[in-house]
Ligand binder design. Structure first.
Ligand code: AMP
Ligand code: MN
Ligand code: MN
Ligand code: MN
Length: 283
């Protein structure tokens, strides 16, 4: 079993990269790919653990794109961590995130929930601040009782306190990932459904824009969803990947490698992914 999607405290998870590598061994995984949002900040510590664990440690990241008026997440699996150009592109994305965060602070103040940047930073163990840390700060300052309430009332995608970032196009994200030697994959496609469009047509369009894989195995999916996306990927000749989207204590009840229940991502998906990586061609 493998897990090609998880987060550490370098983005919005709660575990250290070292801790995550150890958890991968405990879960008896054969491979584990770290995919923090917009950063490879946890990668050096993660890879340094390779001498201490049996699980094969792999490099990835998760980027946010705008597609059909909604946010679409794209995994960059097997990117090159020593690629300076890719690093500077990620730095630009983190800059856009910081701009967004400042505007969210203004918006929240207008809504009667004044937070300072320091309040949000106090909830994070790395420089990258995400809405997860906003939610915790809103709890700490007593504006909401629990983090889910913050997403329901204030900072969820359709809430008044949410400010979107300037996001990449799918084709741009695919190109950045490809140019860094990685494989661009549509993350948790099920979360994107329900927008009044046909999924198979939307996926075909994403494939035309350079997306090469589909995360058909996912920590939150029911069996029927998994089956649907595996079949869709086969029909479109896209690579199938899978992962838990583990966030530690920030996603309670979801386990590395296992998801919420019986997630089992087969080893041979990684062979196919590595073959795709070597092909290195745009569709
Ligand atoms: P950001 O990248 O800063 O916009 O924050 C997005 C992160 O917030 C996601 O990766 C999730 O971890 C979390 N998140 C977004 N929406 C929700 C929600 N409705 N409930 C709980 N967590 C959420
Ligand atoms: Mn996340
Ligand atoms: Mn995601
Ligand atoms: Mn994720």
């Amino acid at each position: 079993m493998i897990d090609l999607h998880c987060h550490t405290l370098h983005s919005d998870g709660t575990d250290t990269p070292e801790g995550l590598a150890l958890l991968g061994d405990q879960a008896r995984l054969t491979a584990l790919c770290l995919t923090d949002h917009d950063t490879l900040g946890g990668i050096p510590a993660f890879l340094a653990m390779q001498t201490r664990v049996k699980v094969r440690l792999l490099v990835g990241t998760e980027l946010s794109c705008r597609f059909l008026g909604k946010s679409l997440h794209v995994l960059g699996l097997l990117v090159d961590p020593s690629d300076v150009q890719f690093q500077s592109r990620l730095e630009e994305l983190r800059g856009r995130r910081e701009d967004r965060n400042c505007r969210m602070l203004v918006r929240l103040a207008e809504l009667g929930c004044p937070l300072t940047l320091t309040d949000v930073q106090a909830q994070a163990d790395s420089p990258l601040l995400s809405r997860v840390h906003f939610a915790k700060a809103l709890v700490a300052r007593g504006f909401v009782r629990r983090a889910p309430e913050a997403f329901e009332r204030l900072i969820g995608d359709d809430c008044p306190g949410f400010v979107p970032r300037e996001e990449l196009s799918p084709s741009e994200s695919a190109r950045w990932i490809r140019e860094s030697g990685g494989v661009p994959v549509v993350a948790h496609p099920g979360r994107f459904a329900g927008g009044g469009f046909r999924w198979d047509e939307a996926m075909a369009e994403l494939q035309r824009q350079g997306l090469e894989g589909l995360e058909a195995y996912y920590g939150d999916y029911q069996a029927a969803e998994q089956k649907y996306f595996v079949a869709l990927a086969a029909r479109l000749d896209m690579v199938v990947t899978g992962g838990s989207d583990f966030h530690g204590a920030n996603k309670p009840g979801l386990r590395l490698g296992r998801g919420r229940a019986g997630l089992q991502v087969p080893d041979d998906l990684l062979d196919r992914l590595e073959t795709q990586q070597r092909l290195g061609a745009y569709h």
